[in-house]
Design a protein around this ligand. Sequence first.
Ligand SMILES: Cc1cc2nc3c(=O)[nH]c(=O)nc-3n(C[C@H](O)[C@H](O)[C@H](O)COP(=O)(O)OP(=O)(O)OC[C@H]3O[C@@H](n4cnc5c(N)ncnc54)[C@H](O)[C@@H]3O)c2cc1C
Length: 424
Amino acid sequence: MTPSNNSLAFDAIIIGGGPAGASTAAILGEQGHRVLLIEREKFPRYHIGESLIPFTFGPLERLGLIPKMRASCFTKKYSVSFVQPDGKRSQPFYFFNRYDRETVAQTWQVSRAEFDHMMLDHARERGVDVREESSVHKLLMDGDKVIGVEVTEKSGRVYQAFAPITVDATGKEAFASKQKGWRMNDPYLNKIAIWTYYKGSKRGEGIDEGATTIAFVPEKGWFWHIPLHNDTVSVGIVAEGKYLTRGGVKEPRAMFEREVEQNLWIKEHLATGECTQEFWVTSEYSRHSKYCAGPGLLLTGDAFAFLDPVFSSGVMLALKSGVLAGETIHEGLLAGDLSPARFTAYGATMREGVENMRKLVYAFYDVNFSFKDVVMRHPEAGDLITDCLSGDLNRDYSQLWEWIREIAPLPETLPYGSPLQAAV
Ligand SMILES: Cc1cc2nc3c(=O)[nH]c(=O)nc-3n(C[C@H](O)[C@H](O)[C@H](O)COP(=O)(O)OP(=O)(O)OC[C@H]3O[C@@H](n4cnc5c(N)ncnc54)[C@H](O)[C@@H]3O)c2cc1C
């Protein structure tokens, strides 16, 4: 199949305008490439995933977005703390006790509708042809090579677009990776999340106003409590389905409200507020793509790997993969070589990051594990845990894994993430 007169030719096509797609597009647009970004929704659109982590700073800085973030209304986040079911709260961990106050140590709690809109506009400002309310429903192939996409507009008009590389940034839906049969389940990370929003509920003051709180309920379930701007709090419960539905309870609000009773801190903080939105539910199955790329195709963000959200790593990984994908494609376009092998380093870097975070997630859900125990046994583990949780993921953490394995088993590294051709 080759481009016809009715079709469009680009240097790169991006499917999906979330953080991964918008950042890939912005980097390529900045370099003067002809980029088409296809997004199904009209932005601003709702999305979950509101808490950023310190090392999101690097990709945001590379994208030139720090001034916009500093000028934004997003709540400043300086710390994280953990709360036991009896309401006992750990000392907040302030990021400035370890990182530079002017950069990494302050991050944000964002309304994703506004944050993603800002990102997509940023890509537009970099010259990207952004088309909203348009869906990719088909990959165009020449043999086993992706050569473009077929797009359906809201009006029903269908057209084709061609490029030497197509990027799947469709989030958890993982459009291309699912079609290729590359999507693999992470067998033990299989939770359910139920969440909503409160207004007027209790929150901290001063630098604690924007703190993330992780509040535990029995059986390794946990609440997130994320203070956003406009006096709104995002609050959700994550646990195994069989725990949340015990006794035959099936209705999301009933499941949520029963768990509120299981943590005194959450109960007390929500008591003065009013629930202002519906209850959202999603399964939290972590999933990974076997390959990061194939001929004419590259995966970014959740479409490459989606991890349980307990440590809020999703947006950081999406932005990091977007920036790295954009830079790698740019080099490929200059060299006239976008063969899958060019994405070997990209895949290895992103998988290393996902694997490091994944090991901490596994440890977190083990009944015998607590961060406190590891640090009591090995005080040097404290800084390593902090760095990994803050998103400094491309490091050698093998010493930390050895210490954690004294308390809890950790999973083997999954053999995924290289490009299709290099993997055989
Ligand atoms: C319950 C829950 C809580 C979370 N909490 C956090 C958190 O606190 N912090 C954090 O960092 N992360 C969190 N995450 C993860 C975070 O939401 C994701 O990691 C992040 O949104 C990934 O960005 P992305 O760009 O890869 O995908 P997305 O943000 O999902 O963007 C994908 C885009 O692709 C579009 N699209 C899909 N299919 C098509 C198609 N066929 N054609 C055109 N467009 C298409 C969609 O409309 C969407 O806009 C959470 C996730 C869940 C489920």
